[in-house]
Design a protein around this ligand. Structure first.
Ligand code: GDP
Length: 167
């Protein structure tokens, strides 16, 4: 049977880290996605959800979106250390919910235009990503000059495709 061309991508992170801003930034430049020769033309389904509330229903919802997704972006805000501290538990939950482990994942430190208010160093993000064995991008949904936002989305999609190819 032909494989589905869809990539289901879920974006997680504390409320206010910039998930919707990143998704809008990426989608409004979606021509890059459509014409990227390494990716081909694909459908992309996106979901993004906050991870701040810990009621039973919220947790169940989060887990069901984790089961739904093929690939994941975990976002923190470089000006909010609490959002960075959310990352490791979120990744543990992802590993518990998704089996087999080692899911396609990218870590994004957003709002790097606000360097004067930085609470999380670049090297801390790099170290955490190395521990989680995933790619890491610092970017800004508001001032995405180098295209790092699109690159983060592309990387997780490429990772999904790599995993599907070896299945
Ligand atoms: P969400 O709750 O994670 O979806 O966060 P939003 O996308 O709604 O963003 C929360 C706030 O942060 C909004 O006021 C955004 O304008 C702002 N924001 C998002 N990304 C950036 C960024 O890269 N730089 C700056 N300076 N503000 C951002």
């Amino acid at each position: 049977m032909a494989k589905s061309p869809e990539v289901k991508l879920a974006v997680f992170g504390r409320a206010g880290v910039g998930k919707s801003a990143l998704v809008v930034r990426f989608l409004t430049r979606r021509f890059i996605w459509e014409y990227d020769p390494t990716l081909g033309k694909k459908h992309l389904l996106l979901f993004y959800g906050d991870t701040e509330n810990d009621s039973h229903e919220d947790l169940q919802q989060r887990e069901s979106h984790m089961r739904w997704g093929d690939g994941f972006i975990i976002v923190y805000d470089i000006t909010d250390r609490g959002s960075f501290e959310d990352v490791a538990p979120l990744r543990s939950l992802l590993e518990d919910v998704k089996k087999p482990k080692n899911v396609p994942l990218v870590l994004v430190g957003n709002k790097c235009d606000l360097d004067h208010a930085r609470q999380v160093g670049t090297e801390e993000g790099e170290r955490l990503a190395a521990e989680m064995a995933c790619a890491f991008y610092e970017c800004s949904a508001c001032a995405d000059e180098g295209g790092a936002v699109a690159e983060a989305f592309h990387e997780v999609c490429r990772e999904v495709r790599r995993r599907k190819a070896v299945q």
